[in-house]
Write a protein that binds this ligand. Structure first.
Ligand SMILES: NCC(=O)CCC(=O)O
Ligand SMILES: [Mg+2]
Length: 339
């Protein structure tokens, strides 16, 4: 018979004691989600008074600039610190060399200046990658075998990042996974006087199958076809490699590093935060959003509770902030619960 460590008839430690009442549960709570943790990814399209639903992402819409401004007003009122913009580019804006990516009067650039003009306090994050602008849907410029050319792509990414900074972007976020792009973008920003433009590096971006609904949302799924991104995004089997990627991006001048996707990669978030101790972000991607929504629609999961639990899990794993399509919903839940 095993003897109780308490050496008496009663357990010395009852873990349930602290769980018994709300006051003591609150006192020992280790992590909290606040609106300060939320970054809202948003899809933008050309035109006026346009809003389109995304079929595989219930509740997510693509907005034209005028409606984006209206939406931004609500986000500012909710206290959301920053949004991340993703453009829907029509066929005329796509090419082999993705020149539209650095058009100073392009869709993203116009959205950024309109937003900064109207809501200077709202942080604006832009996606630095070529996939919305290439005819083949890859994140870079390809050779005749379809291989994405690293250094040529980086040259174009630098032009794109500079055009975003010039338009007023607060944060540029290279999501392409080319080697050396953070260093080149940082040097170019400094040289052009954009000393305080922050870089949020998609450092550990995995070649995940959870991005499907996003590709529907930006309309690049058809262009990519059966193509894949294994030659530049990371193998889901790897973890040390994520630390290597994040460390390199920090050395090259990233201010913030990111792990993506989120929930299936919480172990990576924890390792990155523990070992590098830098501002660490996580992206709860479109597939995670879609599967949650599908279960909510079926009544299989409780919407509010599961949204909040899924986001709190990122905080517990060590994330400083979360890119999530639930950002607005979560901000509303947080506001209403504070009342
Ligand atoms: N560069 C941004 C993404 O690829 C987002 C993916 C997703 O939400 O599935
Ligand atoms: Mg890298």
């Amino acid at each position: 018979m095993s003897k109780s460590l308490s050496r008496g008839p009663f357990p010395a430690t009852r873990m349930r004691r602290m769980r018994a009442d709300d006051f003591s549960r609150r006192l020992m709570r280790e992590n909290r989600l606040s609106v300060d943790d939320l970054i809202y990814p948003m899809f933008v399209l050309d035109g006026k008074n346009q809003r389109e639903a995304v079929a595989s992402m219930p509740g997510v819409e693509r907005f034209s600039v005028d409606l984006l401004l209206q939406e931004a007003k609500e986000l500012v009122e909710l206290g959301i610190p920053a949004i991340a913009l993703f453009p829907v580019v029509d066929a005329a804006g796509k090419s082999e060399l993705a020149e539209e990516a650095y058009n100073s009067n392009g869709l993203v650039q116009r959205c950024v200046s309109a937003l900064k003009d109207r809501y200077p306090e709202l942080g604006i994050i832009t996606d630095v990658a070529l996939d919305p602008y290439t005819t083949h849907g890859q994140d870079g410029i390809i050779d005749d075998k379809g291989y994405v050319l690293n250094d040529r792509t980086v040259d174009t990414l630098v032009k794109q990042a500079l055009s975003h900074a010039r338009a007023g972007a607060d944060v540029v976020a290279p999501s392409d996974m080319m080697d050396g792009r953070i260093g080149d973008v940082r040097q170019a920003l400094e040289a052009a006087g954009h000393v305080n433009t922050r870089i949020l590096a998609y450092s550990a971006k995995y070649a995940s199958s959870y991005y499907g609904p996003f590709r529907d949302a930006v309309g690049s799924a058809g262009n990519l076809g059966k193509g894949h991104k294994y030659s530049y995004q990371m193998d889901p089997a790897n973890s040390d490699e994520a630390l290597h990627e994040c460390a390199l991006d920090l050395q090259e001048g990233a201010d913030m590093i990111m792990v993506k996707p989120g929930m299936p990669y919480l172990d990576i978030v924890r390792r990155v935060k523990d070992e590098l101790a830098a501002p660490t972000y996580v992206y709860q991607v479109s597939g995670e959003y879609a599967m949650h929504c599908a279960a909510f629609e079926k009544g299989w999961l409780d919407r509010e509770a599961v949204i909040m639990e899924s986001l709190l899990a990122f905080k517990r794993a060590g994330a400083d902030g979360i890119l999530t399509y639930f950002a607005k919903a979560a901000a509303i839940i947080l506001r209403d619960h504070a009342k």
